[in-house]
Design a protein around this ligand. Structure first.
Ligand code: SF4
Length: 309
């Protein structure tokens, strides 16, 4: 018993303090504007850089079903949520994904992150039902690089053209699109984005598509050699306004592990059980989120965010 207490005390200390004894930076949530759902880590692709460690047989995070997610959506509505967003894995591996989206899009606008390859393309007809919902469904497609060779080296031969084909199918159905791309630390962002716009033009897509750039977040459970974010860092280099822009200030994510759905602090920390905040959104909103995870440094340093709000 005493042993358990020591372990628990150590966990609490690690949550609040860095190894050097500094108080960790934290975010006090101010609202629930966006509620994310992790649809599961199953994916048709197996990219070795995937921050979720997703792949065809992966069950680290389990596939969601409509009946399980409804209560969270309904609670989120009472808390004033503005959008439901979905990430995987590949969301269209989940058998009930279209039903889930139909329910969600009759409550609020939705955003789905997808690789736009086979699982989505096989269900193009089913997606038509989403055009009759009260609110729009938007899709953010992963296109890691603006050229096929580099994209395919990470995702598999032919996936660059497949993703562009999926984007054309979605655009033809009238869905709003954006793109998730990878970001290199030393890149010339304007030049990279110009290359993407040329690709969009060549492939019959709207050249003004919004792009969201992400650094390398490493795979689940990896440790990274990045500085701790202390309370002093968060007050010296951030303001009250900028702290409100951190995802964990205005969003949560629902994650299903071992048959249980739980509220996590954001979309980037589902590999650390310290970020499991229980099963009530309203209770989770009251707790400070400690910046203990190595990915918190990306939020602090690059302003990384999965949100388009
Ligand atoms: S990864 Fe970013 S959004 Fe998530 S808890 Fe850390 S600081 Fe907040």
């Amino acid at each position: 018993m005493q042993m358990i207490n020591v372990v628990q005390q150590d966990a609490v200390k690690t949550w609040f303090y860095t190894e050097d004894g500094d108080k960790r930076g934290y975010i006090q949530p101010h609202a629930l504007k966006e509620l994310w759902f992790h649809t599961g880590t199953a994916c048709n692709l197996s990219c070795d850089f995937c921050l979720e460690g997703s792949g065809p047989a992966d069950k680290r995070i389990e596939l969601i079903k409509l009946d399980e997610v409804k209560p969270f959506m309904d609670e989120a509505i009472t808390l004033g949520v503005e959008q439901f967003s979905f990430t995987g894995g590949e969301p269209f591996i989940a058998r009930q994904m279209v039903k889930v989206l139909e329910y969600a899009a009759n409550l609020r606008p939705c955003l789905v992150l997808t690789n736009a390859t086979e699982p989505l393309q096989q269900r193009t007809k089913q997606l038509q039902v989403l055009q009759h919902c009260k609110h729009p469904v938007s899709f953010r497609v992963s296109l890691d690089h603006p050229n096929a060779a580099e994209h395919d080296a990470g995702r598999g031969e032919g996936t660059f053209l497949q993703a562009l084909q999926g984007m054309r199918l979605l655009q033809a159905q009238g869905f709003h699109l954006s793109v998730a791309r990878q970001m290199q630390p030393d890149e010339d962002s304007l030049s990279v984005e110009a290359q993407y716009r040329e690709v969009f033009r060549q492939h019959g897509l709207d050249e003004d598509l919004h792009m969201v750039a992400f650094p390398d977040f490493l795979t689940p459970g990896a440790s990274a050699d990045v500085p701790d974010v202390s309370e002093n860092c968060m007050t010296t280099y951030q303001t009250a306004d900028s702290r409100r822009q951190f995802m964990c200030s205005f969003s949560k994510m629902i994650v299903k592990k071992r048959g249980r759905l739980a509220v996590y602090s954001c979309t980037l920390v589902d590999d650390d059980e310290d970020y499991d905040q229980g099963t009530s959104l309203s209770a989770a909103l009251k707790d400070r989120v400690s910046m203990k995870h190595h990915r918190c440094f990306s939020c602090f340093s690059y302003g990384s965010s999965c949100s388009e709000l």
